[in-house]
Design a binder for this molecule. Sequence first.
Ligand code: KIV
Length: 269
Amino acid sequence: MSTQAPVRRTTVPQIRARKGGEPIVSLTSYHAHTAAIVDRYADFILVGDSLGMVMHGMESTVGVPLDLMIMHGKAVVRGTKRALIVVDMPFGTYEESPNMAFRNAAKIMKETACGAVKLEGGKRMAETIHFLVERGIPVMAHIGLTPQSSHVMGGFKTQGRDEETWAAHVEDARAVAEAGAFAVVVEGVVEPLADKITAAVAIPTIGIGASKNCDGQILVLEDMLGLNPWVPKFVKMYGDLGPAIERAVAEYAEEVKTRAFPGEEHVYR
Ligand code: KIV
């Protein structure tokens, strides 16, 4: 008989209760093996639809299909045991109606066994967030720079440069919080606006390119590891894996060409 208590995953109420407390640590992850590493440090892991760009070479997140999110969501859940796993609802799977959103959110939760979903949009999505939460689906909201609307926004543009727009962003934050979202990602907004939003809502704000005063932070794992050729300028690089992989591949190619590989000790005889 085991005497060890089972490790339990971080829960949605635990994340919600961190408002104004110890900062929430979060990263994206799309595969089982990186998720297993991140799991030891993150409170929640986001299977972000950024995987379309990072893993699949898409130009935006708009083309990401639901099945791809589910496939990566399953891998991340399999690779982890501690962190809350949040899976992004991709563009076109929730905006049309609360019913459609419920159908697709339920599919994500049933098939991946994740703990929550995330969707983009403020005030305009409040009714849908309420509908989902009332029916047992925890929702993380996402406001500010919302990449799924990049075509409307004219690209991945920092929001709130014009102070006159601040009230609408704060209203978005209040609307998703009142609708029942347990946390809200605040992406790509000027720092004083992010601080205003954090002060305005009773749920944790998770910043990305926003402010160090948010209740938590999230980064795209591949960005902070130095694996992406282009990263937004707010990203601090904690690794240099792109050049490290290139060096390893170049060394391998050289050894194959000069028949230095495989070494004697690696050959079956
Ligand atoms: O898709 C994603 O990775 C995200 C984060 C950048 C917050 O939404």
